[in-house]
Design a protein around this ligand. Structure first.
Ligand code: SAH
Length: 263
C-alpha cells in the first residue's frame, strides 16, 4: 500500500492556541500520532478519538523508546500507508532532534514534511513579558542548551558572557548553578537579571526572577516543575512593567469569584 507519509509537527510551548493552522489540519486528519512529554495535555486533547496515539517519550535517563526505534517506527507506519504525525514540543528544528528524525525518512524514500512551531524561547518570553531583544538592552539573543554532560556544561563562556545580549537556556534546570557561576566567572555582573519560567504559556506557568547571584537559590526554593526555561540579560527587568499573562489570569479569577462586583 502506498500513500503513507510523515509530518514532523512543531506544537509550540503548550498553549494549544499557539498551534499553527497547518499543525491543526494535520493533527485532525492523522491516522496515528506519535508524541512525548513535551506535547501538552491540552494539545493531545485535540487529537481525534479514533486516531491511534503512540507515546514515544523520554524521561531523564529513561527512554521509553530509543531514537532509532522512533525513526524505524515512523518508516514502518508510513510504509503501511498511514498518515503519521510526529508531534514535537516547540519547533522541531530547535533542540528537537528534528533533523535526526527525518534523516531516516529521507534515506528510506518516505514522503515527509516539517511544520515549524513556536519555540519555547519566543512563546515563553512573550507570555512572561520579557522581550528577548530591545533597543535599550539587548541587540543579540542566543539560544543554548544547558544539558549537563558528565556534570558540566561544555559552552563557549566568553561568547556568552557578553554585554547587551540575551541568553535563553533550554534544558538548563539541573545546570542552573553552573550556568550562573560560569557567566559571572567570565565577566557578567553578578547583578545581571535572570529568570526561570516553569511551563510557560500554560495555566501552570510560574516565573521566578532574580539575578545571576540569587536565582539558583530562589529557583530551588520554588520547587519548579518541568519544563523550565532560563532567560538571562537586562531584558528580564522589563517583566516588571510588561507582564500580562498572570495579571490577566488574576483578573479573570477575580471576575469569576465576584461576578456582581461593580468593577
Ligand atoms: N523543540 C523545543 C525544545 C525541546 S528541548 C522548542 O523548540 O521549544 C526541551 C526544553 O525546552 C525544556 O527542557 C525546556 O527548557 C524548554 N521548554 C519547552 N517547552 C517549555 C515551556 N512550555 N516552558 C518552559 N520551557 C519549555
Amino acid at each position: 500500500m502506498s500513500g503513507g507519509e510523515v509530518a514532523l509537527v512543531g506544537t509550540g510551548p503548550g498553549d494549544p492556541d499557539l498551534l499553527t493552522i497547518r499543525a491543526l489540519r494535520l493533527i485532525e486528519r492523522a491516522d496515528v500520532v506519535l508524541y512525548d512529554n513535551l506535547v501538552s495535555p491540552a494539545i493531545m486533547a485535540m487529537v481525534g478519538a479514533s486516531t491511534r496515539r503512540v507515546y514515544v517519550g523520554k524521561q531523564r535517563n529513561r527512554h521509553a523508546m530509543r531514537q532509532e526505534s522512533i525513526n524505524e517506527l515512523m518508516v514502518e507506519l508510513a510504509r503501511e500507508g498511514q498518515r503519521v504525525v510526529r508531534l514535537k514540543g516547540g519547533d522541531p528544528f530547535i533542540f528537537g532532534r528534528g533533523g535526526e528524525e527525518i534523516e531516516t525518512l529521507s534515506e528510506q524514500g518516505i514522503r515527509f514534511e516539517v511544520v515549524p512551531g513556536i519555540t519555547a524561547a519566543s512563546g515563553v518570553a512573550a507570555y512572561a513579558g520579557i522581550p528577548l531583544t530591545h533597543r535599550a538592552y539587548a541587540q543579540a539573543c542566543v539560544f543554548i542548551t544547558g544539558h549537563l554532560q558528565d556534570g558540566s556544561m561544555n559552552l563557549d563562556w566568553p561568547m556568552l558572557a557578553r554585554p547587551r545580549q540575551t541568553i535563553v537556556c533550554y534544558m538548563g534546570f539541573l545546570g542552573l548553578d553552573e550556568l550562573c557561576r560560569q557567566l559571572v566567572a567570565h565577566g557578567l555582573p553578578a547583578s545581571t537579571p535572570a529568570a526561570i519560567v516553569q511551563q510557560g504559556t500554560q495555566p501552570t506557568q510560574r516565573v521566578v526572577t532574580g539575578t545571576l547571584e540569587s536565582l539558583p537559590l530562589l529557583a530551588a526554593q520554588a520547587s519548579l516543575r518541568a519544563p523550565t526555561l532560563i532567560i538571562v540579560g537586562d531584558v528580564v527587568r522589563l517583566r516588571e512593567k510588561l507582564q500580562w499573562f498572570e495579571r490577566r489570569g488574576a483578573a479573570q479569577a477575580e471576575a469569576i469569584e465576584s461576578p456582581h462586583s461593580a468593577n
